[in-house]
Write a protein that binds this ligand. Structure first.
Ligand code: ATP
Length: 440
């Protein structure tokens, strides 16, 4: 990591904490590695991102159905999926300081791996299963073991039959889910990039085997379209075809969407052709027939599946990386998060030039009216310059300023975050103006 990129990550982390987006988990107790908590602005940003994903892939389509399965599942499901035997990373340990590292994250010198802390030769790699184990009920014995799900996909495969029997969807169709997933990562790091508790947005899209290639292509395009719609910088997105030896055991084709994070080009999302692996495995382990009968062709078959999968936190980091800018204005540097209006936590700030009732009264009225169409914040503290800077830093696209002229001309000034241009708009026309600007 060079100094410039390192400082961009540090600046993003610091802004997130200072402005109430993301805090280290359990901070007053010294933190807990791999966990982060969302503050008021962060939780809104996260929900906005999730809502755009849900709208794009579920609400706006007639071939996708939502699911909200539990985090705890019958452990047999994780045996069927291969996670109990194979969801592991190679772990190496330092015999001196006992620190543990992911073997594929430590470079070799002359064919040997050394401890990054004290240079001692590290142990041979052993496989470490990343699922969090827990016990169900009052007894702790092998029969009570369950797992916190390491991905949301399982909940959709085990409900395939329930959806088919209750909703009768026509093939092809998809199940979509947003939810928590847990991985006991050996070395969580890089802010919210590698976490132990995270959220995923996943789709399992089912089709006839003969249609997998066109389905894969359609979902690839839609996935990219959605990424651009939330403001990800297209130049930072790289589609990487994963080679034969490097794909997950269930996949016949995988494209990773890698992104130029401040820590380098890394995986943001994956698109995998999971074949009929999962439904077949779950049929075999549960002894329940998970085949599909096509009324039109009179064919019965196990559907094949394409999975677009993306982590919410990596999306947030990609959004922040795309949006973070520093600009010199006069003799000052302003920091801007140029969020797309669709995900900005606050879309409009209403700022009376003075706290006096004659200005705060109309400003509060405007706040009330605009709140019906947008996410609005009323702010009367500090100088107007400081308030603009604060709104720039939290990514608010428009600031509406109520000044003393407002009392005469019944108009307000609307400042654009990115251009800093100001328009004088009649209060009566403000809702229409803001709606148009926000693309509502
Ligand atoms: P990596 O190789 O970086 O460990 P992965 O290939 O194991 O990731 P998948 O199993 O494909 O990841 O999970 C789907 C998505 O979930 C990833 O593309 C990523 O966005 C997100 N994700 C996976 N692991 C983590 C994690 N530990 N912290 C945050 N997000 C994660």
């Amino acid at each position: 990591m060079n100094n410039e990129t390192q400082s961009k990550m540090e600046k993003i982390v610091s802004l997130c904490k200072r402005r109430g987006f993301i805090f280290p988990g359990s901070e007053i107790y010294g933190g807990l590695a791999g966990t982060f908590d969302y503050g008021p602005l962060g939780v809104t940003l996260k929900k906005n991102i999730q809502n755009t994903w849900w709208k794009h892939f579920v609400t706006d389509r007639d071939d996708m159905y939502g699911i909200d399965a539990d985090i705890l599942m019958n452990p047999r499901a994780w045996e069927a999926s291969g996670h109990v035997s194979g969801f592991s990373d190679p772990l190496v340990e330092c015999p001196k300081c006992h620190r543990r590292f992911r073997a594929d994250h430590v470079e070799k010198k002359d064919g040997v791996q050394h401890c990054p802390e004290d240079n001692t030769v590290l142990s041979e790699p052993r496989q470490f299963n990343m699922m969090f184990k827990t016990n169900i009920g009052a007894t702790e014995d092998p029969n009570s073991i369950s797992y916190l799900r390491p991905e949301t996909a399982g909940g959709m495969f085990v409900n395939f039959k329930n959806v088919v029997d209750s909703i009768h969807p026509k093939m092809p169709f998809g199940l979509a889910q947003i939810g928590k997933a847990f991985r006991n990562e050996i070395a969580p790091r890089d802010f919210v990039f590698r976490l132990r508790e995270m959220e995923q947005m996943e789709i399992e899209y089912f089709c006839h085997e003969s249609k997998w290639e066109e389905t894969f292509e359609e979902l690839r395009k839609e996935f990219k379209k959605w990424m651009l719609s939330i403001g990800l910088n297209e130049k930072f997105i790289h589609e990487v075809e994963i080679g034969d030896g490097d794909r997950a055991h269930y996949s016949k084709r995988t494209i990773d969407f890698e992104f130029d994070f401040p820590i380098g080009q890394k995986e943001l999302a994956g698109l995998a052709y999971r074949t009929d692996f999962d439904l077949k495995q779950h049929s075999e382990f549960s002894k329940v027939d998970l085949s599909y009968f096509d009324e039109e062709t009179k064919e019965r078959y196990i559907p094949h599946c394409i999975e677009p999968s993306i982590g919410v936190e990596r999306t947030i980091l990609a959004v922040l990386t795309s949006a973070y800018k520093e600009e010199v204005v006069g003799d000052e540097t302003r920091t801007v998060l140029s969020f797309s209006p669709s995900i900005a936590p606050i879309q409009v700030a209403v700022l009376p030039l003075s706290k006096k009732d004659e200005l705060s009264g109309p400003a509060k009225d405007i706040t009330k009216r605009l709140s019906k169409i947008a996410r609005v914040q009323y702010d009367e503290t500090q100088s107007i310059g400081k308030r603009y800077r604060r709104q720039d830093e939290i990514g608010t696209p428009y600031c509406v300023t109520v000044d003393f002229d407002t009392l005469d001309d019944l108009a307000v000034t609307v400042r654009d975050r990115d251009t800093m241009n100001q328009d004088r708009i009649k209060i009566d026309e403000l809702e229409a103006y803001i709606s148009k600007k926000l693309g509502l």
